[in-house]
Design a protein around this ligand. Structure first.
Ligand SMILES: Nc1nc2c(ncn2[C@@H]2O[C@H](COP(=O)(O)OP(=O)(O)OP(=O)(O)O)[C@@H](O)[C@H]2O)c(=O)[nH]1
Ligand SMILES: [Zn+2]
Length: 231
């Protein structure tokens, strides 16, 4: 596997960091980032950071999302850099691997790195001063030694969903991992409106989550549009 921009090879694990608030959780974005991770064939752990900002009345909603992602095979951790909640589990997950963090701007990727490796931020600041460029346009990734063993990239693997510009429309379905269990009548089924579609049947039977199918349709549309713009 090779993550582009900045390039980093031999990644063992991708942590997709999200938050419930600041920035608000978007399952559309998370599903796009997950599909992107599948595109690079990277094992993923989802991390809900900023747990200290979750209101008590929102906890059941958050837990529903956690169960949903666990049910399709993605491990989920809940952390707070502010209170230290869940950080031991996070370090355990990162241990002994080459780990890359990904996720939207502001979810706490740098904060997690700094909590793991005190002084990490200082060093990234040094780099941008020397080159006169922002951290996010740095072209080289540096690997920071994880004090618990292993390495962690000092730069996010990705912050946005760019997948629609990379992936061929017919390859999108395999990036929704739970879809692979079902068979369709047509080989190149888009799972949008074909007869004999195993995915829409599974959806009706409650075997595929409507929340996931909905974002699939949205990313399918976005990918279709990106393809049309190219030609
Ligand atoms: N309350 C709370 N704030 C946090 C937590 N983690 C990070 N923050 C704050 O959230 C803000 C953004 O954190 P960053 O670590 O810069 O986020 P990032 O994901 O690296 O953002 P980009 O560099 O833009 O991709 C900072 O003000 C952090 O102090 C947390 O667990 N709880
Ligand atoms: Zn189908």
């Amino acid at each position: 596997n090779l993550l582009p921009q900045p390039p980093v090879a031999n990644v063992d694990k991708l942590l997709i960091i999200v938050s419930w608030r600041e920035p608000d959780f978007s399952n559309l974005v998370l599903d796009g980032l997950l599909a992107q991770a599948e595109f690079f064939e990277l094992p993923v752990t989802i991390v809900f950071n900023k747990m200290d900002l979750v209101r008590k009345r929102d906890l059941p909603k958050l837990e529903k999302w956690v169960s949903l992602y666990e049910s399709i095979g993605y491990p989920v951790l809940k952390t707070s850099v502010e209170t230290g909640e869940g950080l031991d589990n996070l370090w355990e997950t990162m241990k002994g691997n080459l780990v890359v963090l990904a996720g939207p701007s502001g979810v706490g990727k740098s904060s997690i790195l700094n909590a793991l490796i005190p002084g990490a931020e200082l060093r990234t600041d040094d780099v941008s001063e020397k080159t006169g460029r922002g951290r996010h346009v740095t072209t080289e990734v540096r690997l920071l030694p994880n004090p618990h063993g292993g390495w962690v990239a000092d730069t996010p693997g990705f912050q946005r969903v760019d997948l629609p510009r990379w992936v061929a429309l017919e390859s999108l379905p395999i990036l929704y991992r739970e879809f692979s269990k079902f068979k369709c009548e047509f080989n190149n089924c888009s799972h949008t409106n074909e007869p004999g579609c195993g995915i829409t049947l599974a959806l009706k039977q409650g075997l595929i989550k409507p929340e996931r199918y909905q974002t699939y349709l949205q990313w399918w549309e976005a990918t279709k549009q990106a393809e049309e713009e190219q030609f």
